[in-house]
Design a binder for this molecule. Structure first.
Ligand code: NDP
Ligand code: 2IT
Length: 440
């Protein structure tokens, strides 16, 4: 870690993600001195390669704008590079390196053959017209397309990138590469997308949560769940929670959060889903329609509402040590992460110390990329599976990931450290593959 900090300063998110994994795998590495001899950890801590490029595009007023574009190809030890693209003003190399690093271990956990990558741009889609977004996506892919391919590197969505952006990027990729292959996932259903991919991350997180609750004989019905975010992951998490009979007591966006003390009704949820998915609306508008819902500007939900379960599903480091303390004081007994690294190290420490059910993102949100893997499999076969088939496979993958976390993370008869379990299980497969393939 000291070496990494020295060689790559100013990358705090990257250091945070690496430190968490390294502290989990220390014992395994000590047992296997050949890892050190072959520089395995050092190689895993430096991405295979990073592309950084300028993306220039023309806005609706005819002005030329320039953003940075990146693709971090972290590891293809177990399969083609795979991971989402993020468009958000905060995007930088530290964030993309952390996301690509996490993706390598997450993808390993899915049981499918996918390496790890992440890409994106500091372009913000907020307030841009459809045509501006299209021109940006085309300019981004004009630079990146040579590095992509169904068996090379397969991007998908992430923050700020959904079906619309994937459609524009895949369209341009197809034009340049002159081939119709599954080089992107999260595609529209009429051109190779998989049913259930939009739902998969949120639904998968709920399936993982159900597995965790089952270990303690807890029924999810009527449990109070605080969700953050109101994008793809948060919305489908809330949708499945309502279906399961739980109470969704909060959601958030980048301006603030809403609290529904008695839980959102299906009608309220449908309004929010439509507002955030199709109207580019803000959660601040919700109380105008439903006065029993409170809006808190600039706030996150964790200290504002009592809950049994928390599912942070917006962004990294959105739940800190004080939030964790408030959640625990309120009786929260499970946290299942929809976002990548939403809890700060101090918060994670508090959850583990309190021995609650705590699932890190790389296990709990792996259903999204797992279903991307299923989309790749369908594209290779030139077939498409029914929603029921994909959902059944997703459920079974989440159950397998849970079982692996338990196998490697069991501390004693009453406690599983899911962070340790996920990191070790994810790492072992990648390390074995790297050892077998020689120094690359
Ligand atoms: P979306 O862009 O669909 O939604 C993101 C949500 O989080 C929005 O509600 C957004 O608010 C909010 N948000 C974004 N940035 C911030 C910020 N800096 N502070 C506060 N709120 C913020 O993205 P996704 O739902 O796809 O992604 C959410 C998380 O889940 C990310 O961590 C992502 O990496 C992770 N993830 C996504 C997967 C996927 O398949 N999409 C798979 C696995 C993990 P606003 O509406 O104001 O923009
Ligand atoms: O963080 C993630 O796992 C994603 N954004 C999904 C990646 C993918 O390739 O489906």
């Amino acid at each position: 870690m000291a070496d990494l900090r020295l060689r790559f300063p100013n990358e705090p998110e990257y250091h945070q993600a690496v430190e968490e994994v390294l502290s989990s795998i220390e014992e395994i590495c000590n047992e296997r001195p050949e890892y050190e001899r072959l520089g395995l950890i050092e190689r895993l801590c430096i991405p295979d390669r990073i592309f950084a490029f300028r993306v220039s595009w023309v806005d609706d007023k005819g002005r030329v704008r320039s953003n940075m574009g990146y693709r971090v190809q972290h590891s293809n030890a177990i399969g083609p590079y795979k991971g989402g693209i993020r468009f958000h003003s905060s995007v930088n190399l530290s964030i993309l390196k952390f996301l690509a690093f996490e993706q390598t271990f997450k993808n390993s956990l899915t049981t499918l053959a996918m390496g790890g990558a992440k890409g994106g741009s500091d372009f913000s889609p907020k307030g841009k017209s459809n045509m501006e977004i299209m021109r940006f996506c085309q300019a981004f892919v004009a630079e990146l397309w040579r590095q992509l391919g169904a068996d090379t590197d397969v991007p998908a969505g992430d923050i700020g990138v959904g079906a619309r952006e994937v459609g524009y990027m895949y369209g341009y990729y197809k034009k340049m590469a002159r081939e119709f292959t599954g080089a992107f996932t999260g595609k529209g259903m009429s051109f190779g997308g998989s049913l259930m991919r939009p739902e998969a991350t949120g639904y998968g997180n709920c399936y993982f949560l159900l597995n965790m609750l089952a270990t303690r004989g807890i029924d999810i019905k009527d449990k109070r769940v605080a969700v953050s975010g109101s994008g793809n992951v948060a919305n489908y998490t809330a949708k499945k929670l309502l279906e399961l009979g739980a109470k969704v007591v909060s959601m958030s966006d980048s301006n603030g959060c809403i609290i529904a003390p008695d839980g959102l009704t299906p009608e309220q949820f449908e309004f929010i889903f439509d507002l955030k998915t199709y109207q580019a609306g803000r959660l601040s508008e919700v109380p105008e329609q439903f006065p029993d819902i409170q809006y808190h500007s600039g706030k996150r939900p964790w200290q504002l509402v009592q809950c049994d379960i928390a599912m942070p599903s917006a962004t990294q480091n959105e739940l800190d040590e004080d939030d964790a303390a408030a959640l625990l004081a309120g009786g929260c007994f499970a946290v299942s992460e929809g976002a990548n690294m939403p809890s700060t190290p101090g918060a994670v420490h508090k959850f583990i110390e309190a021995r609650i059910l705590y699932a890190p993102g790389k296990a709990a949100n792996a259903g999204g990329v797992a279903t991307s893997g299923l989309e790749m499999a369908q594209n290779s076969q030139k077939l498409s599976w029914t929603a029921e088939e994909v959902d059944a496979k997703l459920k079974s993958i989440m159950t397998d990931i849970h079982a692996k976390c338990v196998e490697y993370g069991r501390v004693d008869s009453s406690y599983v450290n899911y962070v340790r379990g996920a990191n070790i299980a994810g790492f072992i497969k990648v390390a074995d593959a790297m050892m077998a393939q020689g120094v690359l």
